[in-house]
Design a protein around this ligand. Structure first.
Ligand SMILES: [Cu+2]
Length: 281
């Protein structure tokens, strides 16, 4: 999995410093995050799974920088020294329960160009079950809003995925463990997507990097991320709900939802470290 995107340079997204910050790829210990606790992360140098550099704090000023702050900047990190600073954008969604699921969590996104990194932790999920998770939104720019019980049009006591989508927007990106398939914009089929499974305690950890070919239709999901939302699915439902004929696990039932909003690089770093340390969710 780490080599899925061998043709891209994933570290640029995380190595881009704020203007004036240190510009070496590994400015100091403590700024290197191994982001995938579930899989044990990737071996150093294999790319894709290792977050580097702290764009907000800049970390400790590297001794080698001296008076030429950008002299050692990697090619991918040649951010202008002035106004525009970093081209990376960071987002957070606080996930709250839907359908009285009891689930909650947090998702953080880092986006630069056509590369998107997603970290997510959720608790209170149905244990040992696979949970579909997506970025939802509207491609016309309409902001997603949180679903409410009033959307239960068929009055079965649950807001089904299709009912929720009237306000959240459709699935725009499948947050799968095989992002090479998710690069295709969601087209109404879950075929082929591999989603994470909650552990025996109902806890789910997720980290993945999506690299979209330039100009690919799916890359549009990266636009207006601040108007979009993260939604998790899957819970046990009684008979008669969502077309189920018996009490069963309904993999599509929404269980957690959060609106994305842009955060500062320092907040992203803080949250990313907290996720890595298991202190969030
Ligand atoms: Cu969804």
């Amino acid at each position: 999995m780490p080599s899925s995107f061998g043709s891209v340079t994933p570290l640029g997204i995380f190595g881009t410093p704020a203007a004036g910050a240190g510009t070496t790829p590994f400015p100091s210990a403590g700024n290197t995050l191994t982001a995938n606790p579930a899989t044990g992360g990737a071996a150093p140098g294999s790319g894709g799974e290792t977050l580097t550099a702290n764009p907000a704090t800049g970390g400790a000023a590297p001794a080698s920088v001296g008076g030429a702050p950008f002299a050692v900047a990697p090619v991918a990190n040649q951010a202008p020294a002035a106004a525009s600073a970093s081209a990376a954008h960071y987002y957070e969604a606080t996930l709250g329960p839907i359908n009285n699921s009891g689930a909650s969590g947090v998702a953080i996104l880092a986006q630069e160009g056509n590369v998107l990194n997603v970290e997510l932790e959720a608790t209170g999920l149905t244990p040992n079950q696979t949970h579909m998770q997506h970025i939802h939104g509207f491609t016309n720019g309409q902001p997603s809003v949180a679903p409410t019980p009033t959307l239960d049009i068929n009055h079965d006591g649950f807001v089904a995925s299709t009912e929720a989508e009237t306000v959240t927007g459709p699935e725009l990106l499948d947050l799968t463990l095989n992002p090479q398939l998710a690069v295709q914009q969601h087209a109404g089929s879950e075929s082929g997507g591999i989603y994470p499974t909650a552990d025996a305690n109902g806890v789910l950890h997720y980290q993945e990097t999506f690299a979209f070919p330039s100009g690919a239709p799916a890359a549009s999901v990266l636009q207006n991320l601040g108007n979009r939302a993260v939604e998790l699915h899957g819970m046990n439902v009684p008979p008669g709900v969502d077309g189920m004929t018996s009490a069963t696990y309904d993999p599509s039932m929404p269980v957690a939802f959060g609106l994305l909003h842009e955060i500062t690089p320092s907040t992203f770093t803080f949250l990313s470290q907290a996720l890595t340390n298991g202190n969030v969710g």
